[in-house]
Write a protein that binds this ligand. Sequence first.
Ligand code: FAD
Length: 391
Amino acid sequence: MVITDFYNFEDLLNEEDKIVRESLRKFLVNNIKPLVKEAWHKEKSLDFRYIAKELGKLGVLGAFMEEKYGCPGATYTTYGVVCQEVERIDSALRSFVAVNTGLVMYPIWMWGSEEQKMYWLPKLASGEVIGCYGLTEPDHGSDPGSMKTTAERHGDYWILNGSKMWITEAEIADVAMVWAKDKETGKIKGFLVEKGMDGFYQADLTEKGSMRAGGVGELAFTNCKVPEKNRLPLAKGLRCPLSCLDMARYGISWGAIGASIDCYETALEYSLDRKQFGKPIASYQLVQSKLADMLTEITKGQAICMRLGQLMNEGKATPPQISLAKRNNVRVARYCSRVAREILGANGISLDYPPIRHMANIESVYTYEGTDDMHTLIIGREITGIQAFRS
Ligand SMILES: Cc1cc2nc3c(=O)[nH]c(=O)nc-3n(C[C@H](O)[C@H](O)[C@H](O)COP(=O)(O)OP(=O)(O)OC[C@H]3O[C@@H](n4cnc5c(N)ncnc54)[C@H](O)[C@@H]3O)c2cc1C
């Protein structure tokens, strides 16, 4: 099964990447793709319990973490390829993979104790346990440093108070990676809050116009008692939740190209099939121009992904480089979904075709893990040395 790859980036993948991609693609196309339209239409989340376990068997969760923690021990490029495949199906699926890998497993891997890593990572990698990530609050999104959720130490446990909003898989998560301010020092700390803990509330939001095939919700903590053993001992300060976001942004960069490819391939197939004025619309120069522009943007996005993957594998990627990739590739997806929708004419507004669904999903992707504006400012700061987030 060949997908759009105009510059043969395939040649840069290793054998392991190709094997993982093929088995994942087969599973998704046969088992998940047929369910997405109805899930989106009814706003009934895909069955992530089942999906997590299957992805666990395929060895794609926590792709770049070591085998001693029950993870695949592959590379950041493998993780990128995984994100591209899942987002070709639906952005909610990529959100699920990116949150579990980049926002839950990654902080445990980076700042957890050896005991926490040995306990949580194999469970998350196998899909036995599902995680979510609580950073955003109702009144603090782009500026998480101003968060109001607090943690107060009482001997061998902490008391958390506050709430988190717009949390992917908030309701079904077995464990939430929650960031809260130490009431005494004002420093941000990370806690693994488990489903059912006293004072912990999880709920789904409904009536979304985007990401309707997945769950997004809220977390609330009312004198929620969390043992000290559930605090990540090495997580100190805002830089920790921000570096998790870099990991998720990297996955988005690849995923957004997956959604773009699905839109492009749908538009190409449709344009060859659809006849107007006695000829396929693909034979008209204006349509060819749109297809050429989409392919060009996708190819540029793929080049960014491949190079960024190499830099990640070498431990050399910088946050502004990741921001540039996220910002560019989500813009590409926004563009491709809109142009594909246009090529499909009235059929383009039907959920029988994926572009309108991708278009609505990409609006979330444009906003989360740092809005397009925030990434512009991060790149601007890198170029000029001047920080323009606040006056
Ligand atoms: C589907 C979905 C899933 C999500 N999942 C998660 C999750 O799992 N965990 C989590 O913690 N969060 C999650 N989020 C939240 C997401 O990260 C935030 O929505 C995002 O950080 C933006 O915050 P905000 O919505 O509060 O917007 P605001 O920060 O209020 O921004 C509103 C607008 O103002 C602009 N703006 C803000 N500050 C500046 C500035 N200094 N200069 C110029 N413009 C500025 C922004 O770019 C934006 O256009 C999710 C969001 C969505 C939509």
